[in-house]
Design a protein around this ligand. Structure first.
Ligand code: 6R9
Length: 642
């Protein structure tokens, strides 16, 4: 094994090259990542590559360096790729015109947007929240924030006004960017109205920039709200990039954990940049003429890293799609691939499962000849979906990469490198260079050897590691670094096969994954408990054919609220309404069961294991229920579930 890294190690091309890079990255991380970071545009080079105290949850990468990530995404490419397509936008409505922007055009649009933000009082370090549809202005606005050193916090446009307000207030955002409305298949949603409602309780927000999309009339609040197209009229198409420190925050992205409200995961500038670019190029084995399509919404981390930053850092062409996979019909994804000659396609198991359920003709009537690599992300991909995707989309000739990672990891951690390292159904495979996974026992000791299972943890800092949770570092330490000191704890369980490949089994904490979206059971319970009919609730996940996991809510009604069977539908509907208002439609319970009691231990803890079993419909092996305060409750619940 070589002991010194060279810039060649930035791109792996063979299995041997993978092993070499892996060895170097774990034994000589500083040297390895310095070589990988070399080709970027730095205003000033770093003084140290990595400094890390995992037990304290303190890590820095490229400290001392100065840079701007948008110079690396845009300016750096202008000389050689100025006329190359940077962004293709495919609208929801098939009849509407798509849009293509070259690197030069995207650069100009980002500068214009940045100037509008500056003119509206945004300063370096300020937080800007974005609540927008999947339109080019979303990508442009994200980059515009980064251009001027503002911290972007994108809020998925399916979240409710209450959820927006929580995030805006936590980040103390100064400005919000939104649009008049959004398209979602056959539906249109008045986005600005949701923002207006949210901002009633957000005193930190001074300005709202509204992008015209549907041409809908909206209520504009004087002094506060401005139209983007009006503001952009006379601004310059150039804007100097703010010089940022390596560890200056780049963005906040809120994600759910097992306790409390969603937390703002913070990623910083240099480490995230290097990680996004490195993982993108190596996992997908990107070539110069690739057209890359990541179907994730920019509201989630996958959209950040593999729709915006990864592809643009690498000088690729990225495709952005506003619509849904089943509109106008279940062939839409495949139609878009043929139309734009997409060569790398990255989607989620939930979409695959939904499309699998449709007649096969929907996919067979497209050629899909342009495809070279296909990928999956967000949740475990079941065997059936893996094979369907491989056979009917990849036609058995495209490597399928099942990529495991998290909001907190910034980029892909465990995954095949397309066509290079092994790809095995339902396995994410081998770790990327820089990633040192371990399996832990409950007591925190490492499980050695293969054909083993345990809690998945990471032993060494990688460039994309979460730096903190916004406004509360102790929460980050508590959640990720204190459980098993010296390790980053993922919250996932995993299995290692005879060849050292990893299979992700699922969450081992109280987080459920619905269609690839994370929710804490406590977060949904808190929402349900806001309903005046409810005194207490308990939420668990259960296997769902399309969503992966569904949400099953057990609720106890306030006395007198549910007198007879006839009251139940009304109560259920009102509980759903509450969850939609508190969080958003994506967190609606799939099943609600009204119960008279919950299975609690003598110390008052809900035995979720039992509730999970009932939700799964498996009541034959409930295990030991002797510590329950009132075992009879269980029989009632089983009876009620029938
Ligand atoms: C990127 C993203 C993270 C959680 C993670 C795990 C699950 C993601 C997966 C996967 C099995 C995969 N997950 N990718 N499970 N195989 N390929 O999804 O981030 O939204 O933070 O979710 O999703 O449980 O812990 P995020």
């Amino acid at each position: 094994m070589p002991t010194s890294a060279t810039p060649q190690h930035a791109r792996i091309r063979t299995l041997e090259g993978y092993h070499e890079a892996y060895h170097l990255s774990t034994h000589h991380p500083n040297e390895f990542w310095a070589a990988v970071a070399e080709p970027f545009t730095w205003r000033r080079k770093w003084s140290t590559v990595m400094e890390s105290d995992m037990a304290a949850g303190e890590t820095t990468w490229f400290a001392g360096a100065r840079l701007n990530i948008t110079e690396n995404c845009l300016d750096r490419h202008l000389a050689t790729r100025g006329n190359k397509l940077a962004l293709i936008y495919e609208p929801n409505d098939i009849k509407e015109r798509h849009l293509r922007l070259t690197y030069r055009e995207l650069h100009q649009r980002v500068c214009q947007f940045a100037n509008v933000l500056l003119n509206n009082g945004v300063e370096k370090g300020d937080r800007v929240c974005l609540y927008m549809p999947m339109i080019p202005e979303l990508t442009i606005a994200v980059l515009a924030c980064a251009r001027i050193g503002a911290v972007h916090s994108v809020i998925f446009a399916g979240f409710s006004a209450t959820a927006i307000a929580d995030r805006v207030n936590d980040a103390q955002a100064k400005l919000v960017i939104t649009s008049d409305g959004l398209n979602r298949g056959a539906k249109q949603i008045p986005v600005k109205r949701v923002v207006d409602e949210a901002l009633e309780t957000c005193p930190s927000v001074r300005k709202v920039v509204v992008v015209e999309h549907l041409g809908w009339p909206v209520q504009m609040e004087e002094e506060r709200d401005v139209w983007y197209h009006e503001e952009a009229e006379d601004v310059a198409k150039t804007c100097p990039a703010e010089e940022m420190k390596a560890e200056d925050p780049l963005f906040i992205l809120y994600t759910s954990g097992s306790t409390g409200k969603p937390k703002g995961v913070v990623h910083t500038t240099a480490g995230y940049m290097v990680w996004a670019d490195y993982t993108f190029r190596n996992v997908f084995q990107v070539e110069e003429n690739d057209v890359f399509w990541c179907t994730a919404d920019v509201g989630w981390v996958t959209g950040h890293t593999y729709l915006i930053y990864g592809p643009l850092l690498a000088g690729s062409t990225t495709l952005m799609f506003e619509g849904i996979p089943t509109y106008p019909d279940a062939g839409r994804f495949w139609e878009v691939i043929d139309k734009h000659s997409v060569s790398v396609f990255y989607t989620a198991p939930t979409a695959i499962r939904a499309l699998m359920a449709e007649p096969l003709d929907n996919v067979l009537s497209y050629s899909l000849d342009s495809l070279r690599v296909i990928g999956s992300v967000g949740e475990p991909i079941n065997e059936e979906a893996w094979h369907w995707y491989n056979e009917h989309v990849g036609k058995g000739r495209c490597p399928l990469v099942d990529t495991w990672w998290q909001t907190e990891t910034g980029g892909i951690m465990i995954s095949p490198l397309a066509g290079i390292t092994p790809s095995k159904p339902t396995y994410a495979g081998l770790p990327l260079p820089g990633v040192w996974p371990v399996l832990l026992r409950q007591d925190g000791t490492e499980v050695e050897g293969n054909e083993e299972e345990g809690y998945l943890a990471i032993k060494q800092a990688w460039p994309g590691i979460i730096r903190t949770t916004w406004g509360d570092h102790s929460r980050a330490v508590q959640t990720y670094f204190a459980a098993y000191p010296g390790y980053y704890f993922t919250g996932d369980g995993a299995r290692r096969d005879a060849n050292g490949l990893y299979r992700i089994i699922g969450r081992v904490d109280d987080v459920i994954n619905v269609s690839g979206h994370r929710f804490g059971t406590a977060e949904i319970e808190n929402a349900i408990n806001q309903n005046p009919n409810v005194v207490e609730s308990a939420v668990v996940g259960y296997p769902h054919e399309v969503k992966g996991q569904g949400i099953y809510a057990y609720i106890i009604c306030r006395e007198g609220a549910c007198k007879s069977e006839a009251d139940k539908p009304r109560i259920e509907a009102s509980v759903i309404e509450t969850v939609v208002a508190e969080i958003g439609k994506i967190a609606r319970p799939d099943k609600i069961q009204i119960v008279t009691g919950l299975p609690k231990t003598r110390s008052g803890k809900i035995m979720r294991r039992i509730l999970r079993k009932v939700a799964e419909g498996d009541t034959t092996t409930l295990g030991d229920t002797s510590t329950l305060l009132d075992p009879a409750v269980v029989d009632d619940i089983i009876e009620g579930a029938k």
